[in-house]
Design a protein around this ligand. Structure first.
Ligand code: ADP
Ligand code: ASP
Ligand code: MG
Length: 421
């Protein structure tokens, strides 16, 4: 008998029909002789709709109250899913994150899991029931308050439970057949990958491939949890995300995939005095706003002025707050002005094969140039090259790059559900 953790994303449970379809699938897994722990996301776009609603009643909703509101989304789906399973003749019990023992730090909206004590989940499966756990949520022991794990955080709940319970399998069910070479909504010729190393998946996720949440991939990597990403709408084998097996030297393709991120903005701080410690002061102000910056470019200073320009990218949602904070510190930082640009996007190519193949950047940049796409910023790691382009040329850019690296499939990728929001 195996212990199987199955996570179903919002698009898989977007309505009653979806919930019943998923319930049937879970019951089949149970009837095949497995213990089953299910993690479920809020139905469809519920989380986005609740966030919109919060902003209708408050310009800056309280973090505590926002978490309280958002966790209601997963409560709805967990209880409906349990009811659907029970009506199929199986025992099921739903649990909130705190009931399932997901202990986090106290950071509202982006809490990290610090402990998992799934006593009640174990009890449920020992009693022969299917345990349904609300994804994306936990609680802090110090404050006693409910927290959320960041957008896409149900993936992290699934991985954390799989690790804590020593599950044999951790399946992430979504609305596409697995991890593709690009977002199939944008690149219909993307093809499904059978295997992705967790290192590559981390880079893809951090570059915007939201099929898996970056922190879930990190958690899985740290705790050696193998992930199976697959569709809840088909029975096809999906993508295995894991460490490569010891001694296995499969020749890696040059590029494994292409990822895009439209939720990025660029701040350029103009005329920063070129003095030791000034960049440190500037980025201290930025980090105090709790944002995670990505690319940074500092120009060489003009000899005549002794001043330089510093540009960096950050999530669009944090942009206005960080600009306001920098303006408040303008005098002490001594810069001349700020430019804010939210019409940019990031495009990254990822692949372990890059380490051994020279000329990858040249091919990447040529593909963009041949399509008249301008590069505004560049950054690299040893298995990734990222660029910033204009937002409105991003889709064209990603298709061109996908073709240039020979990633196009013959057929079209299937997107079974979801709104892509
Ligand atoms: P869920 O509701 O199941 O959590 P998400 O919307 O978070 O689903 O993630 C699935 C979506 O991720 C897909 O519908 C697809 O549009 C998008 N996506 C982006 N990049 C990729 C990729 N490389 N492979 C597969 N899907 C991707
Ligand atoms: N419902 C949450 C979100 O939309 C968590 C998740 O789906 O993973 O971000
Ligand atoms: Mg998701």
């Amino acid at each position: 008998m195996a212990l199987v953790v199955q996570k179903f994303g919002g698009s898989s449970v977007s309505d009653a029909t979806g919930i019943k379809r998923v319930a049937k699938r879970i019951v089949e897994t149970k009837k095949a002789g497995n213990d089953v722990v299910v993690v479920v996301s809020a139905m469809g776009d519920t989380t986005d709709e609740l966030i919109d609603l919060a902003h209708e009643v408050s310009v800056t909703p309280s973090g505590r109250e926002l978490d309280m509101l958002l966790t209601a989304g997963e409560r709805i789906s967990m209880s409906l899913l349990a009811m659907a399973i029970i009506s199929l003749g199986q025992e099921a019990r739903s649990f909130t994150g705190s009931q399932a023992g997901l202990v986090t730090d106290a950071i509202h909206g982006n809490a990290s899991i610090v402990d998992v004590t799934p006593k009640r989940v174990f009890e449920a499966i020992e009693d022969g029931a299917i345990a349904i756990v609300a994804g994306f949520q936990g609680f802090n022991r110090g404050t006693g308050d409910i927290t959320t794990l960041g957008r896409g955080g149900s993936d992290t709940t699934a991985v954390a439970l799989a690790a804590a319970m020593h599950a044999d399998v951790c399946e992430i069910y979504t609305d596409v057949d697995g991890v593709f070479t690009a977002d199939p909504r944008v690149v219909p010729t993307a093809h499904k990958l059978d295997f992705v190393t967790s290192e590559e998946m981390l880079e893809l996720a951090s570059s915007g491939a939201k099929v898996l949440y970056i922190r879930a991939v990190e958690f899985a990597r740290r705790h050696h949890v193998t992930l199976h990403v697959r569709s809840s709408f088909s029975n096809k084998a999906g993508t295995i995300v894991a460490e490569p097996k010891e001694g296995e030297t499969v020749e890696a393709p040059i590029i494994t995939g292409v990822a895009t991120d439209k939720d990025e903005a660029k701040i350029t701080v103009i005329g920063v005095p070129d003095k030791i410690g000034r960049a440190a002061d500037l980025f201290k102000v930025v980090s105090d706003e709790g944002t995670s910056i990505d690319m940074i470019v500092q120009n060489i200073s003009a000899a005549a002025t002794g001043r330089t320009d510093i540009s960096f990218t950050l999530p669009t949602g944090d942009g206005p707050r960080v600009v306001a904070s920098l303006r408040r510190h303008q005098e002490s930082l001594g810069f001349e002005s700020i430019q804010y640009d939210d019409q940019i996007a990031k495009l990254a190519i990822v692949g372990a094969g890059m380490r051994t193949h020279p000329g990858v950047s040249a091919r990447f940049f040529s593909a963009l140039a041949d399509n008249g796409i301008n590069i505004e910023m560049i950054s690299t790691s040893d298995i990734r090259v990222s660029v910033v382009t204009r937002l409105d040329s991003l889709d064209e850019a990603v298709r061109a790059v996908h073709t240039a690296f020979g990633l196009d499939a013959n057929g079209e990728a299937v997107v079974y559900g979801g709104t892509g929001r």
